[in-house]
Design a protein around this ligand. Structure first.
Ligand SMILES: [Zn+2]
Ligand SMILES: [Zn+2]
Length: 625
């Protein structure tokens, strides 16, 4: 089954869900029902009726009845005026609203709806048919299956019997068209696959994902917390979490510095004027945290770092000989996300970015982009994310107002990025039309985690627009002012989001080099020589830069070992009279780090310490002990 067939199947199930709901609650009012990753949803207004778990069984049962009746999906078209009468007669106010908008705004509605619903692809609600000769919407299409009819442009499977294996997953509140001032609807989510086996595998993966949930592990491993007083979407990092975060960040910066980056630092707020010039004031309008000073000046918390960095570049006359100039900075940006959208570290209001900008001549872009690519590959390779899917994210020519800058700039930057990708990996990349940032196209690096979920990780962005807007130039060989270009490259992107992925990818079993605690020393007894030996071990480890914790308390040895395992510590040393006498230790190596088949053995203290320090320094993924 190809992607289009899978899409049609999931989309058809959105109709079937609505059909089943209509049969069970004839007064239901329907919103839209797009296809999303692995499935679909439908937004439904049931008045005061709240859909419960018990209702799920009922709805699914009704869906299966509809499926077994194998109704064909039949297409009809009506002029939009008749469609309006149809929707009014059936008391479907949401469809009436969509039709009215469609009449007023033509076909732009489809893309607006897509973004408002944050669904992938087309809503099952309504799509107009444009007659090219009049350039406006005149007819709308309908699809009927059995006694249910919906406005839709398709495509669907042939009949309701051909929808594969599906399951309703959950229900969540969702404002009509994503606006809080609109009525709240109930969003019914389902997943669907071609075969029962694929569905079962997917559900098993979800079970595994639950165990690895970064919110749960963040608590258990003492990495980060939230406080009601501080507010939603504003994680606070504990000492352990901060260590982990800093280790990852230091590695990124180390790799960058090898390619000639310099660290800079900027304030977290700015005058409105900077963002008016960059375009962020308009494009980020709802997400921008605004500040008015006591003198009445307007400031904003920065949602991005690029505009500030342009001002460092622009602070003096640059010669072509100075270029490329490469700035890096790990700093926070702030976005006013809606409370309902926040979740763990995946979406937050204070975002730590490992940001970097390169200011260079057009002819230097390719070389710089390839070096950035190598940094990304090295970093992610060392964390066990291997094969990337590369996506070229471009502007959407049908939605020009969403972007700044001239069309020809967009076309030339996009083809430049495409040729870099081709040279690097050939034609094995996908296109993300409409996925570009408002100021430039980008290369996205998508990777699968340990349980098969795909995440967008790093990006390399090419930007002609901010150099234009801020008039960034260099003095060329001939003494003229030459327009430069900017490359943006975040490796982890958002630390918070990356850590949500990384914690779940590793299930908290971090590589030795970035583990918040690398060695735990457990004392078997409270006798003086043992305690002294343990303290000596700990101070030797510390002097080599190894992060070590001593567990000296009165719990049983078994319990102490279990605690160390629960905290996923790479090396645990159990120390008693025997170890004191022999001056040797027998490390327990965390299972995923141990070389398969190797027996536990004892080492002289120095040998153990040196090996661990070398493994940390080399950022190796397997233990040598
Ligand atoms: Zn449809
Ligand atoms: Zn940037």
């Amino acid at each position: 089954m190809n992607n289009e067939q899978l899409y049609a199947m999931r989309h058809s199930l959105a109709h079937i869900t609505a059909h089943a709901v209509q049969n069970l609650w004839p007064d239901a009012k329907f919103g839209v029902g797009p296809v999303i990753e692995n499935g679909f949803y439908y937004d439904i207004d049931l008045g005061d009726t709240k859909v419960s778990d018990a209702d799920f069984k009922k709805i699914e049962k009704e869906m299966r009845r509809i499926v077994s009746n194998d109704y064909p999906f039949e297409r009809t078209e009506k002029p939009i005026q008749e469609a309006l009468i149809w929707a009014k007669e059936r008391q479907q106010p949401y469809k009436v609203e969509l039709l009215n908008d469609l009449m007023r705004e033509g076909t732009t509605l489809a893309s607006e709806l897509d973004s408002a619903m944050m669904g992938i692809g087309l809503p099952a609600g309504i799509i107009g048919v444009t007659r090219p000769e009049v350039q406006s919407v005149v007819d709308v299409s309908f699809y009927t299956n059995g006694d249910f009819t919906d406005l839709c442009r398709g495509p669907h499977v042939e009949s309701t019997g051909k929808v594969g294996a599906f399951k309703l997953m959950r229900v969540a509140g969702a404002y009509w068209r994503g606006k809080e001032s609109n009525p709240q609807m109930q969003r019914l989510y389902g997943v669907a696959f071609e075969t029962q086996q694929q569905l079962d595998d997917y559900l098993a993966m979800l079970e595994e994902a639950k165990k690895r949930d970064h919110r749960k592990l963040g608590q258990e491993l003492d990495l980060f917390v939230f406080s009601d007083l501080v507010g939603a979407g504003l994680p606070l990092w504990t000492p352990r979490g901060t260590t982990l975060k800093n280790e990852l960040d230091n590695y990124v910066q180390e790799l960058r510095d090898e390619m000639g980056f310099s660290e800079v630092s900027i304030p977290h707020i700015t005058r409105k004027d900077l963002y008016e010039r960059s375009g962020h004031w308009n494009k980020f309008s709802d997400e921008l945290f605004r500040i008015t000073t006591r003198e009445g000046h307007e400031f904003a918390m920065k949602p991005m770092n690029c505009p500030h960095h342009t001002q460092l570049y622009a602070s003096r006359q640059r010669s072509y000989r100075d270029l490329p100039i490469r700035y890096r900075e790990t700093t926070m940006v702030y976005r006013d996300e809606q409370t309902g959208e926040l979740g763990g570290l995946s979406r937050v209001r204070g975002i730590t970015q490992d940001d970097a900008h390169i200011f260079c001549r057009a002819g230097q872009v390719e070389d710089e982009a390839k070096k950035l690519w190598n940094v990304i590959e090295t970093f992610y390779g060392s964390l066990g994310f291997e094969k990337f899917r590369i996506r070229l994210s471009t502007h959407d020519p049908k939605n020009k107002e969403a972007y700044t800058g001239a069309e020809e700039h967009w076309n030339s930057t996009e083809s430049q990025l495409a040729s870099i990708i081709r040279e690097k990996i050939g034609d094995e990349f996908t296109m993300g039309v409409g996925e570009a940032a408002f100021y430039g196209p980008k290369i996205d690096f998508m990777a699968r985690d340990a349980i098969g979920r795909e995440h967008q990780l790093a990006t390399i962005q090419l930007d002609f627009n901010q150099p234009e807007g801020f008039d960034l130039t260099c003095r060329s060989e001939s003494g003229d002012n030459e327009r430069i270009v900017m490359l943006h490259c975040a490796v982890m992107g958002s630390h918070e989001r990356f850590l949500s992925v990384f914690i779940e990818h590793t299930a908290g079993r971090f590589p030795l080099w970035c583990a918040p605690e690398q060695v735990r020393i457990i004392s078997v007894n409270q006798e003086e020589p043992t305690i002294r030996f343990v303290e000596d071990l700990a101070s030797r480890a510390k002097s080599l830069g190894i992060r070590v914790v001593v567990d000296n308390n009165n719990d049983s040895v078994g319990k102490k070992i279990r605690n160390s395992e629960k905290m996923k510590v790479p090396y645990t040393l159990v120390v008693g009279s025997k170890e004191v006498l022999e001056g040797r230790v027998t490390p327990r190596v965390r299972a995923d780090l141990a070389v398969e088949g190797r027996e536990e053995s004892s080492y002289a203290i120095d040998q153990f310490m040196t090996s661990v320090a070398n493994e940390v320094r080399g950022r190796v993924s397997k233990s040598s002990l």
